[in-house]
Design a protein around this ligand. Structure first.
Ligand SMILES: *Cc1c(COP(=O)(O)O)cnc(C)c1O
Ligand SMILES: [Zn+2]
Length: 421
């Protein structure tokens, strides 16, 4: 890959050749997260804004010159990326804002943002001739890896907490993965998966461990800016669990700055659930994340439940370096955000996806944003991923169907009730 210079440890700054290290800095063990460093002069010769205008490739591979894959690598056939960016004027005016967009990654092939990373994972695993890929996940990274593997016939083993939503577990089994349901937390599943991959030599896709996942996740930043005709937004709201998505967005935006394709850095707003707010606490109290111990994570937003965010170094840098903020949101407010976002935009998000919108509502309330800012909210997961969660949200906002006998008189009675509403 001539576009890659090296892999840089975010703790000690040491550089490694990609052929020499697969995952983390040998000197810093599992915490030694690496960042892929690129040669932007080479990249600038391979990809241009003008060239993109004529590109017929409407997937993440549109930006292949900026990704850690060989120019002639075989790419998985599922259509990952280039998800819609919806202008949301009614929701904007409800919040007193002038310009708001919803980027809907619920529209990915396995219905979450994680497809962006898993698409890169199957290419990297094929490069290594891996017989098995493995990952630990709260559910979506698993479903994404599972689906992408199915698309290329790649064997895989998946570790998820047994509490993962049924729809996500169904996806894994339908796609034919070997599924290990761990009677413990996501953090337990992560450790077990790590041990298994070291013991058996399986290729590991784990978030915040495999340096290339952040590279897949950066592609939404390119899409947002291109969809806004390279006029970068002022802020991007995104929910944060392990921190790989927000770290990836930051990386993508830094790439665009390095290429001179955007002229200002959007502020990144990281939204955490109050019951899983490691990064919010670390940011607010200026704590050292290399020594801060894990917390006991608990939230209805299963996709952002992480006691020890694995990509915490990149995630904290993303907010600090862009002059953004972390915001912590109570579970009930996350749940209420599901129907509120859906009713104003037609976008049905799972709890972790709606959390980003709940974060925007809180930011408006606290006057952290001004009315004339251009704001993007990222929906990271489809609402159909967690029907039990959606039903709970409807309970909270007291939305019920009308249950009637199959006759017109019964219907008339219901309709008459609406008139007096
Ligand atoms: C994984 C996930 C997130 C959080 O991403 P991190 O990289 O773990 O911070 C948010 N929303 C959904 C739907 C997810 O699946
Ligand atoms: Zn190091």
């Amino acid at each position: 890959m001539e576009n890659i210079l090296n892999l840089k440890c975010l703790i000690c700054g040491r550089h490694y050749d990609p052929a020499e290290v697969d995952y983390v800095c040998p000197d810093h063990g599992d915490d030694g997260i690496l960042d892929v460093q690129y040669d932007y002069d080479i990249i600038a010769r391979q990809i241009t804004k003008a060239g993109l205008r004529h590109s017929g490739e409407f997937t993440i591979w549109r930006y292949k010159a900026l990704l850690p894959v060989d120019a002639n690598a075989a790419l998985p056939p599922l259509s990952v990326g280039w998800t819609p960016l919806y202008h949301a004027p009614r929701l904007a005016s409800k919040l007193g804002l002038q310009n708001l967009w919803i980027k809907d990654d619920g529209r990915q092939p396995t219905a979450s943002y994680k497809d962006r990373a898993s698409a890169v994972a199957v290419v990297k695993a094929a490069e290594k001739n891996a017989s098995i890929i493995t990952t630990a996940s709260t559910g979506n990274a698993a479903a994404a890896l599972s689906g992408l593997c199915a698309s290329v016939g790649q064997s895989n083993v998946i570790f998820v907490p047994q509490s993962a939503p049924q729809a996500k577990i169904a996806q894994l089994l339908v796609f034919g993965s070997r599924v290990i349901l761990v009677k413990g937390t996501y953090d337990d599943a992560f450790e077990l998966c790590l041990q298994a991959s070291k013991e058996y030599g399986w290729y590991n896709r784990n978030t915040g461990y495999n340096p290339y996942m952040c590279e897949g996740k950066k592609t939404a930043a390119y899409e947002i800016c291109e969809q806004l005709e390279w006029d970068a937004p002022d802020r991007i709201f995104v929910s944060v669990g392990d921190g790989c998505i927000i770290g990836g967005l930051h990386k993508g935006l830094k790439d665009l700055m390095a290429l001179g394709w955007i002229d200002r850095m959007p502020r990144l707003m990281g939204i955490q659930a109050a019951g899983s707010s490691y990064l919010y606490e670390a940011w607010k109290n200026n704590e050292d994340i290399l020594t801060k111990p894990p917390i006991d994570a608990q939230t209805v937003a299963d996709s952002i439940s992480s006691g020890l965010p694995r990509d915490r170094i990149k995630a904290l840098n993303a907010v600090k370096e862009t002059d953004g903020a972390y915001i912590s949101i109570a579970d009930d407010d996350i749940m209420r955000a599901i129907p509120e976002l859906a009713r104003a935009t037609g976008v049905f998000a799972e709890p972790a996806g709606a959390a980003a919108y709940a974060g925007l509502v809180a930011a408006v309330d606290r006057q952290l944003v001004s009315a004339d800012e251009n704001i993007v909210v990222l929906n990271t997961g489809n609402g159909l991923k967690d029907i039990a969660g959606a039903m709970e949200a409807l309970d909270l906002v007291q939305t019920k169907p009308f249950r009637i006998q199959p006759d017109f008189a019964a219907l008339e009675q219901v309709v008459a009730g609406w008139d007096s509403d």
